[in-house]
Design a protein. Sequence first.
Length: 276
Amino acid sequence: MSRAVLRPEEVVNLEAWPIADPADPRRAALVGRLRHDLDTLQYCVLPDFITREALEQTIADVRTVFERGYRNRSHRTCYLYKKGDPSKPADDPANIFFDASYRMIANDVLPEEIPIKTLYHWPAMIRFVEDVVSAPRLFPSDDPLQPVNVVCYEAGDCSAWHFDSTSPFTMTLMLQAAESGGEFEIVPNTRSQDDPMTAEVAKVLKGDRSRLKTVPREPGALVIFRGCNSLHRVTEVAGSRQRLMSVFVYEDHPGVIGDPGVNETVYGRSGAAQPA
Ligand SMILES: O=C(O)CCC(=O)C(=O)O
Ligand SMILES: [Fe+2]
């Protein structure tokens, strides 16, 4: 069945999120509020960011390539290391391991006209993200696998407590929520640039929920967060409906191609897929 390719203006819910015109005072007000949230909470939420039609088309497109996703299982520390540090005590976060599992659908197997790619490449969207995260310039990634991904969690899947490694911010868009579980939990400012705050990190890993925030995620909600200094995880999914989450990777300069070793770990291959 043929269908219309949605224009960017039909992907973003511009009534709720008037981001198209940089001179629009409503846009400036939104940017101010989101920046404030990002600075204080380390995350900001933009509910109903994309239209219902864009959401439905995206989910339908994901279904067509679902089987080409890579089932990823890992056993890692919150610092994303697969090995412990024998010079540290057994209960140090560097020696506490967690399992994670999910299916990763890479950029190159998602159709070119999928609405989330239209969103990712729209210059007005890129300018908006730059303003929210206070980045001078952002550019789409040129890696075949990394730019736009969909992460699928089925019953029993989860992403364990971790810090994101290098990127100053992470941007995700909820496509479909699980029946239960699959909550996005974050502990803002668990560590800082200058202080690893190991005791604080260990407390969270051992179950302390006193500073934990559960981020509300309805389908269509965009979240931008600073995961490098704030522990976060996705709790175990239950029920038959998959949690589908898209992840967008922007770079601070043009032409960036990812590390083949990282791609091998995340996607099970280092370069582009053969045509299906
Ligand atoms: O799926 C999510 O809500 C968060 C995923 C995550 O931790 C990440 O992309 O760094
Ligand atoms: Fe993360």
